[in-house]
Design a protein around this ligand. Structure first.
Ligand SMILES: *Cc1c(COP(=O)(O)O)cnc(C)c1O
Length: 357
């Protein structure tokens, strides 16, 4: 409990005696059975992997702890990343824990308040780049090549290595791999990492099969589904608003080797899935995360028979990352009342308690 992924999965990670035992208690996130959506899509069993329960609120922590520990081991005093928000929050958190400096490049005006507030609180130096995420990443890569900073984007192989531990946890919890894994796709590092985790476990005999990998982009930012880069990606799901993913090949490999698919869901489908998750499952995730469940619902509507299948949807980040979105989607305001019993009771019009019941 709380040991973190480096300690729990050291044997599977590029770490050694010289790697600092960094952790903020990442990983070991809940795998929760669906109560309603499982029935609606006709799945045998449906689980949600709640990656928003990681220390900075997204799955990015799994890879960041390894990348920052390796940066420390290599003697760096500064880590750098480009980010749609969660990578910067995670990098800043682990840099703070490790006593390193962090610099984050974010697309100007395109990062949610929740995520930006984290980078600020953890003490990152924040540079708002007047361009899209893809441009910020191109600059970050060149800074990483030419300057004395450790680049901790998912082009850093230690990130992918750490993120594959989520696949290990799913197999460890279920006793075998699921039949299908639904996952949002942005820069495509995570789908690449999960596939690596499942195939490493399979090759070691810890699961008989690996799941079909079902990746979902947002329709306005769907380069892999379309087969070409998107120059002006658009979607309400800012964490997957990416037009030229760094791990494009890895995503295609996961799709092709697993017999899976990479498809796109509309913003309306993402919003519908977000609302269903919150209201019928009690699970509050950020909009990008809901793309996995939107993809599952789309797949079921398309006629897929899921009746005997064990299905896992990865919910990549917590809903608190984007409160503005959640408030807009709810479209309600608090009802006002005077601060006395009669006022609240008459507003609520609750039935009286029955004596003896
Ligand atoms: C980073 C992120 C994604 C996309 O993951 P990739 O590895 O870039 O494909 C999806 N959802 C959330 C919440 C994220 O932070």
């Amino acid at each position: 409990m709380g040991a973190g992924v480096i300690e729990r999965y050291a044997h599977w990670l590029p770490v050694g005696p010289g790697t600092p035992p960094l952790t903020l208690g990442e990983g070991d996130t809940p795998l929760v059975r669906s109560k309603v959506i499982e029935r609606e899509v006709g799945a045998g069993r449906l689980f949600f992997k709640l990656e928003g329960c990681n220390p900075s609120g997204s799955f990015k922590d799994r890879g960041m702890v390894v990348a920052v520990a390796k940066a420390m081991e290599a003697g760096y005093d500064t880590v750098l990343c480009a980010s749609t928000g969660n990578t910067s929050a995670s990098a800043a958190a682990y840099a703070a824990a490790a006593g390193l400096r962090s610099i984050v490049l974010v697309p100007d005006g395109a990062v949610t308040q929740g995520k930006l507030s984290q980078a600020m609180a953890y003490g990152a130096r924040i540079v708002a780049v007047k361009g899209a995420f893809d441009e910020a990443l191109a600059i970050a890569r060149r800074l990483g090549d030419g300057y004395a900073v450790a680049l901790v984007n998912s082009v850093n192989p230690h990130r992918i290595a750490g993120q594959k531990t989520a696949a290990f946890e799913i197999v460890d919890a279920l006793g075998e791999a699921p039949d299908l894994l639904f996952i949002p796709v942005g820069n495509a590092g995570n789908i690449t990492a999960y596939w690596r985790g499942f195939t490493e476990y399979r090759d070691a005999g810890l699961t008989g099969a690996a799941p079909r990998m079902m990746g979902f982009e947002a329709e306005g930012a769907a380069p892999i589904a379309l087969g070409r880069p998107v120059s002006d990606p658009q979607t309400i799901a800012s964490a997957i608003r990416i037009g030229n993913p760094a791990s494009w090949r890895g995503a295609e490999q996961a799709r092709d080797e697993s017999g899976g698919a990479i498809d796109a869901v509309s913003d309306d489908e993402i919003i519908d899935a977000f609302k269903r998750l919150a209201r019928t499952e009690g699970v509050f995730c950020e909009p990008a995360s809901a793309a996995s469940v939107a993809g599952l619902i789309k797949t079921a509507k398309g006629g897929a028979d899921l009746s005997g299948a064990t299905v896992v949807c990865v919910l990549t980040g917590t809903g608190l990352k984007d409160p503005t979105f959640a408030i807009q989607m709810a479209g309600v305001e608090a009802e006002q009342s005077d601060a006395d019993l009669e006022s609240v009771a008459s507003l609520l019009r609750l039935p009286q308690k029955v004596a003896g019941a």
